[in-house]
Design a protein around this ligand. Structure first.
Ligand SMILES: C[S@@+](CC[C@H](N)C(=O)[O-])C[C@H]1O[C@@H](n2cnc3c(N)ncnc32)[C@H](O)[C@@H]1O
Length: 230
């Protein structure tokens, strides 16, 4: 059966700057990440996936395009920006797909949000956790706290796939480091960079272990981590 074409979010709702601007690149990066999640995090049609900081649902588009049935067991997109979640709900909600807006604080994306952090999910309920370019816009305290929440949310065989800026021999955490990366960083938390050992100490303190690390090949030079329960 031929599937209906997915409506794609308008440019203003595509997070990630120039990288996801045209339709072809937007869908291509989404499908690429779904394939990587299959390979590195055991994503399958039976998985429960949490797309944290989902924006307007780029990865949902990839799931829909990639799997023969057009869905997985549960795709759950969570974000702090009501306009993006509103668009995703209206255009991408379908059996197997849901979106939640959480009013939690992030100095860049939701400065007036509440201080209580949540992933809007239950403990032990997530097989695949995906956070692309989310820890690249996060303060150090939130980072440690959210890694704890990720650890609680993951099922025993779960995996977390995330990207962030890490380097050796830099301060433990830094906001908008001058002369670093391809962009001129502007405004709160445009780029947050960790000393690698510092980020990995947060990972270990949260009860997680590094399953895979690939340095510097993601958007704007971010690194890729795949994490698993210790
Ligand atoms: C650079 S965008 C990446 C969007 C998407 N992951 C992608 O790759 O297309 C970062 C996203 O993280 C969201 N975000 C930041 N802090 C968050 C939080 N505490 N909870 C949920 N979403 C958050 C932002 O609203 C924004 O949509």
């Amino acid at each position: 059966m031929k599937r209906k074409k997915t409506t794609l979010p308008p440019g203003k709702y595509r997070m990630g700057g120039k990288h996801f601007k045209n339709d072809e690149a937007f869908v291509r990066t989404a499908v690429r990440d779904v394939k990587r999640l299959e390979r590195l995090a055991d994503l399958s049609e039976g998985s429960r996936l949490l797309d944290w900081g989902c924006g307007a649902g780029r990865l949902a588009v990839g799931v829909r395009e990639h799997f023969a049935s057009g869905r997985i067991e549960d795709y759950h997109g969570v974000d702090v920006q009501p306009d993006l979640i509103g668009w995703a709900r209206e255009n991408l909600t379908a059996p197997g797909y849901r979106f939640t807006c959480v009013d939690v604080a992030n100095e860049r994306y939701n400065p007036a949000g509440l201080p209580e952090r949540t992933l809007a999910t239950d403990p032990d309920s997530v097989d695949v956790f995906y956070a692309y370019s989310v820890f690249s816009h996060m303060n150090d305290e939130d980072t440690a706290a959210y890694l704890n929440l990720i650890s609680e949310a993951l099922s025993g065989r779960g995996r977390a796939f995330l990207t962030c800026f890490v380097e050796e021999g830099v301060p433990a955490w830094e906001e908008n480091p001058t002369g670093y990366g391809p962009l001129e960083w502007k405004g709160r938390l445009h780029c947050t960079r960790f000393r690698r050992q510092h980020f990995e100490a947060h990972v270990a303190d949260a009860g997680l272990a590094v399953d895979r690390f690939v340095y510097g090949r993601e958007t704007d030079g971010q690194s890729l981590y795949v994490l698993r329960p210790q």
